[in-house]
Design a protein around this ligand. Structure first.
Ligand SMILES: [Zn+2]
Ligand SMILES: [Zn+2]
Length: 285
């Protein structure tokens, strides 16, 4: 019995580095012990690789130069500190649609078009030069920009929610692309922003909460009324489910007129969502 006890104790002990495993070739149970020892070796290797990866990532950020997407200055980040400060300078915005209000006391965009969403947050205006943040992400496949935008959004959102006096959303979801657009681009820029954003904020996310039923094409040439007609029935929930009482946040790269986000938010509200917030990297002024 004592021998059996020692064997079990040995099974639970991690072999010392460089020490041969105490296994006789014909010892019963050696395959199980080899497997356990192998798992421990792999676990150690995975821990070491994870630590090395994090150290490499920090070293790359510290040492390797990067050209700022907006001004080209060679420094350490995808966007340099002065350009980031320009983008993030505080601007008085409509709390519902994030339009920069300028001299307006009330939002002309919300007066012209009621919104199905309740609150919107953005980093800045979709205007030169900072429109390059989205253009380089979407059309230049500069995916690190999505993580950078998500990090800046995550810094500002808790304060924005506190000002709006509501809690963080229960669920974060991206505005979906049509299957054709997704296949052509290879990624959904809204999801590339939403995923690291949810991780930073510790919130649940669902990449396929909504689906786009059809490709609505470019809406650039359409006025607001034509956009709303064009978007009718464009979105649906992917699964038969209710969202009763939930606060859902929709993420997109840019809000232009707000027609797309209105239509998507209306679908969520029709399924019971009590509140819909909008989080966009940039907002057309
Ligand atoms: Zn710059
Ligand atoms: Zn507004």
């Amino acid at each position: 019995m004592q021998g059996h006890g020692q064997t079990r104790q040995q099974e639970n002990q991690e072999p010392a580095r460089g020490q041969a495993l105490p296994l006789a070739p014909d010892e019963p149970g050696r395959h199980a012990r080899w497997a356990a020892a192998g798992r421990q070796v792999y676990a150690r290797a995975a821990r070491a690789a994870g630590a090395a990866g994090r150290a490499l990532s920090r070293a790359r950020e510290q040492l390797l130069p990067s050209a700022c997407v907006l001004c080209g200055t060679v420094q350490r980040h995808v966007v340099c500190t002065p350009c980031a400060a320009d983008l993030l300078r505080p601007v008085r915005r409509c709390t519902v649609c994030a339009l920069a209000l300028g001299r307006h006391r009330h939002c002309p965009a919300c007066a012209a078009s009621p919104r199905a969403f309740d609150h919107a947050h953005t980093l800045g205006d979709y205007a030169a030069p900072q429109d390059q943040l989205v253009l380089a992400l979407k059309f230049g496949h500069a995916l690190p920009l999505a993580a950078w935008l998500a990090a800046r959004l995550a810094e500002g959102l808790p304060g924005a929610w506190a000002v709006a006096r509501h809690a963080a959303p229960d669920l974060i979801a991206p505005v979906p692309l049509s299957p054709q657009r997704l296949a052509a681009r290879g990624f959904n820029q809204a999801w590339e922003i939403a995923r690291p954003l949810a991780r930073r904020l510790g919130l649940h996310t669902d990449p396929v909460l909504l689906q786009r039923q059809r490709d609505t094409g470019s809406q650039r040439a359409l006025d607001l009324a034509a956009r709303q007609v064009n978007l009718q029935g464009a979105f649906a929930l992917t699964r038969a489910m209710r969202l009763d009482g939930l606060h859902v946040a929709l993420v997109d790269d840019v809000m232009t007129s707000g027609a797309t986000l209105h239509e998507a938010a209306a679908v969520l509200k029709a399924r019971g969502a009590s509140r819909v917030s909008v989080i966009v990297a940039l907002r057309t002024p």
